[in-house]
Design a protein around this ligand. Structure first.
Ligand SMILES: Nc1nc2c(c(=O)[nH]1)N[C@H]1C(S)=C(S)[C@@H](COP(=O)(O)OP(=O)(O)OC[C@H]3O[C@@H](n4cnc5c(=O)[nH]c(N)nc54)[C@H](O)[C@@H]3O)O[C@H]1N2
Ligand SMILES: Nc1nc2c(c(=O)[nH]1)N[C@H]1C(S)=C(S)[C@@H](COP(=O)(O)OP(=O)(O)OC[C@H]3O[C@@H](n4cnc5c(=O)[nH]c(N)nc54)[C@H](O)[C@@H]3O)O[C@H]1N2
Ligand code: SF4
Ligand SMILES: [Mo]
Length: 764
């Protein structure tokens, strides 16, 4: 089967010089390319339709942010809309291509097949997905979800609405299952866990206005220019008014040094400075760096002891631990000099108001929870939580991933929500702990799951160790995917008996108002809208769940028929979910709102003591496995590296929009970023073709690209890398250490150490 590569194939043949500025004219070029063509008017219609951006959790609606400031739309939102206006998949498509052929597609090709536009099933023994009617779907789903509750599970991705999320978890819990795995288990769960324990609230305690008041910003392990682009506007403004920005990242991401904001002419032309200080620690060592910052604060007597005494508990143990640490150990672990650590600490201590923000570089680690705690401890030691312009801010991922957590889509439900749900259901909920995403994979592998419902996402490709994921899903009897677009998970994540794909409407295509929650705790409503798909064959997620729940659970105590009306769902949300009272009226008032109790502007914390609880965070012990343990006997020149897996500039998670990453000068997806010094030592020239061998597999023909990355580490793109990695997991949260994978790198053949034929492997 051949698939066109789109106009991007040309870019594969061009040598990418690394740009000196992030954002800028390429972004304008992308807007022009996509909106000034035949699809342009339809895209503009989408962009002007009133709904929350489908891409990241920063949250934007139309072209404005929650403060009504204009020009707040980045091209990532455009990318997501472009995917959704694709034509529906042809009626005979699945009859023409067998599952074996579909399995040959990569992520980029799968996305380009078009919108899912009619339900299909892969029946036992069949090699072809085939269309299926609604009646049969409900019949199969009804039977599948009558299995014992501990054998039922769901996985979700934070793209759907709050109303769909609430309904899903209510149905699962009413059935007696707590197995509500979610993509946040692979993402910000350490933030939720750590902040919940420390502050009594697991989300950001900062609102957008605070960013306008801060004079210092610490951004750790986030590639915001690509993944939360409008945050860059705030950072640019903060620098412009004399504030300081500390960036902590093993990779120099060009947009974090200088960013050209397309929203402002001066910035667009000349670029705006972002980092005041850029530190490059070893991957996985941030807790050590923060312990160093804390040690400097203690030694220089810059700790706000008044704040600690009045507003925190257990701070003494943290201060004692810091005192007992050796500078030499700290420096060895993080690879940052005492002078640089001191400069960073002084920047924070000298500022009036500092915000600490972080993303996957911090959370996707074997000590993810501890990492977040180390950052939050630093914020508390400098009195930077509970006052305007300060605080801790996880930079969230999917556009409604935070809403899913708020709605109770989690294997670890908050006690307050549990009690409210028990009241609503008139009985106690199961106390059997549910599966999070990693536990779900293991349970499936062990044959403990019969029926699995996947609300969006790509469970197969988002997980590490692809063969394990395939094996695990192949042990489930029935899998039902509810998705907008096809992805490789639909073709590889196949159940033992039957796999059903149900096409769903996007948030701007439903016939009623729905809502989502941003990472800044702001709830936005989405207006109803049109769809180019045939509504007879495509469903709204809520309609599917309520119909199925009605079949399974009858009318008592929940009237599922009534829940077909999202107005009613919102009434329930208002009574069950803390801080969400205002959602009850949003359908009438159309007033978007900030969730109550989340933003901390005074230092009373929603914990039992009213104080923040501090935790000692151990100095990480980072080891590099012996090359032999990774199979180095295969090639004696093999060198061990730490592999960081990330998103490229043009992808959304497992969905690839364009092959290359312009800002990292990586021309296609099968390349790695390596420090030139490391390459020299390994005898590799730039563009050499290498093998990267991970814990469970290897990738070949990988092109070496030189970049400003911490020595000893390399960077590659996920989801492709998930075929070869099986990372360690954080015992406190089960999150895989996607940012610290031991791998071996060696030249494909002796001749390949220096040789490269431009474009050849790009077409892979
Ligand atoms: N356009 C676009 N937007 C997105 C997404 C997307 O795929 N595309 N995905 C969404 C989702 S679900 C999420 S979770 C977010 C992800 O947003 P990010 O967290 O920005 O995503 P990553 O690509 O994983 O990049 C992580 C960054 O952490 C750095 N890093 C790696 N290891 C370490 C470390 O040990 N310490 C430190 N300090 N830094 C480290 C990497 O170099 C990289 O710059 O973005 C969301 N927004
Ligand atoms: N190696 C490595 N692995 C990682 C990561 C990493 O950094 N490195 N990051 C992890 C992170 S942070 C995350 S969040 C996960 C991402 O994991 P997931 O959230 O599971 O994956 P996505 O690729 O975002 O899912 C995309 C699919 O969602 C569906 N979709 C889109 N919009 C909608 C909608 O409105 N409704 C419905 N029902 N479906 C929709 C489409 O079918 C699309 O193909 O991956 C994780 N895996
Ligand atoms: S910053 Fe995020 S929410 Fe805002 S427009 Fe860009 S992708 Fe959408
Ligand atoms: Mo994420």
């Amino acid at each position: 089967m051949t698939f066109e590569q789109g106009s991007d194939w040309l870019a594969n043949f061009i040598e990418f010089p690394q740009p000196k500025i992030g954002g800028g004219w390429p972004v304008i070029g992308y807007w022009a390319e996509n909106t000034l063509n035949l699809d342009g008017p339809r895209l503009w219609q989408k962009l002007l339709h009133e709904h929350a951006c489908k891409s990241c959790a920063w949250g934007t609606k139309g072209f404005t942010n929650e403060l009504g400031q204009p020009l707040q739309r980045c091209m990532k939102g455009l990318e997501a809309e472009k995917g959704d206006i694709q034509a529906g998949i042809a009626a005979d498509f699945f009859a023409r291509y067998s599952i074996d052929q579909l399995q040959e597609l990569d992520s980029y090709q799968a996305e380009r097949l078009g919108r899912l536009s009619y339900p299909v099933i892969l029946r036992p023994g069949s090699h072809y997905y085939e269309p299926i009617g609604w009646e049969e779907i409900y019949h199969i789903a009804h039977q599948a979800f009558q299995r014992p509750p501990e054998r039922l599970a769901s996985y979700s991705s934070g793209r759907s609405s709050n109303e769909a999320a609430f309904t899903l978890q209510l149905m699962m819990r009413a059935l007696g299952s707590e197995n509500l795995a979610d993509c946040s288990d692979l993402c910000h769960v350490p933030s939720t866990r750590a902040l919940g324990k420390m502050f009594g609230t697991g989300t950001s305690v900062v609102e957008l206005k605070d960013l306008h008041k801060a004079d210092c910003f610490v951004l750790i392990g986030s590639n915001a220019p690509a993944n939360a682009p409008r945050l860059m506007n705030e950072l640019k403004d903060l620098r412009a008014r004399g504030g300081k920005i500390l960036i902590i990242n093993p990779v120099v991401e060009v947009g974090l040094v200088k960013f050209a904001s397309p929203a402002e002419l001066n910035s667009l032309v000349f670029g705006s400075d972002i980092s005041s200080l850029y530190l490059q620690p070893h991957p996985g060592s941030d807790a050590a760096l923060f312990l160093g910052i804390q040690k400097w604060l203690v030694e220089e007597n810059r700790v706000d002891y008044n704040y600690l005494r009045n507003h925190t508990t257990d701070w003494e143990a943290v201060v004692e631990q810091v005192k007992s640490l050796d500078w030499e150990d700290i420096v060895t672990v993080c690879g940052i000099s005492v002078a640089e650590i001191a400069a960073a600490a002084q920047m924070i201590a000298d500022a009036e108001r500092t915000i600490f923000a972080w993303a996957m570089g911090i959370t996707q680690q074997a000590n993810g929870v501890s990492n977040v705690m180390a950052v939050a401890n630093t914020a508390l030691m400098t009195g930077n939580v509970g006052k305007e312009g300060t605080g801790c801010m996880p930079v969230r991922g999917h556009s409604n991933v935070q809403g899913f957590g708020s709605m109770g889509v989690t294997a670890e439900l908050k006690e307050t929500i549990r009690q409210a749900l028990e009241k609503l259901l008139g009985r106690s909920l199961s106390r059997v702990p549910g599966y999070n995403t990693r536990k779900l994979i293991r349970a499936c592998e062990a044959g403990q799951v019969s029926s699995l419902l996947c609300l969006g996402g790509n469970l197969y490709a988002a997980n590490p160790d692809r063969e394990q994921a395939r094996r695990a899903l192949a042990n489930v009897e029935t899998i039902i995917y509810l998705s907008t677009k096809p992805n490789i998970g639909h073709f590889h994540g196949l159940a033992a008996q039957q796999t059903i794909i149900i096409p769903v409407l996007a948030r701007d295509e439903q016939t009623y108002i729905t809502t989502v929650e941003s990472g800044n705790n702001f709830v936005r409503h989405n207006q109803p809208g049109d769809t180019h798909l045939d509504r007879r064959h495509v469903i709204a997620e809520i309609q599917f769940f309520t119909h199925l729940a009605g079949l399974l659970l009858g009318k008592d105590p929940i009237d599922w028929q009534r829940m077909r009306d999202p107005e009613y769902i919102r009434q329930l949300i208002a009574t069950v979910i803390p801080g969400y009272a205002q959602i009850a009226d949003i359908g009438r008032t159309l007033k978007d709102f900030t969730i109550e109790g989340r933003i901390l502007h005074d230092s009373t914390f929603p914990t039992p003591t009213g104080k923040a609880k501090m935790f000692v965070t151990p100095l990480p012990v980072l080891t590099m496995p012996a090359p032999q343990s990774l199979g180095a006997e295969a090639n004696e020149k093999a060198k061990a590296f730490i592999l960081i897996t990330v998103r490229s500039y043009s992808q959304h998670n497992t969905v690839v929009y364009k092959p290359g990453d312009y800002y990292r000068a990586m021309p296609h997806r099968n390349c790695l970023l390596m420090n030139p010094k490391d390459a020299l030592e390994a005898g590799l020239s730039e563009h050499a073709l290498v093998v990267v061998q991970g814990a469970v597999g290897k990738l070949s023909h990988v092109e070496v690209i030189f970049g400003k990355i911490k020595s000893g580490s390399i960077l590659m793109f996920y989801p492709e890398t998930n075929a070869i990695i099986h990372p360690e997991e954080d015992p406190q949260s089960d999150i895989p250490a996607f940012k610290r994978n031991p791998v071996l790198v060696y030249a494909e053949t002796e001749a390949m150490a220096g040789a490269f034929k431009p474009g050849l492997q790009s077409q892979k």
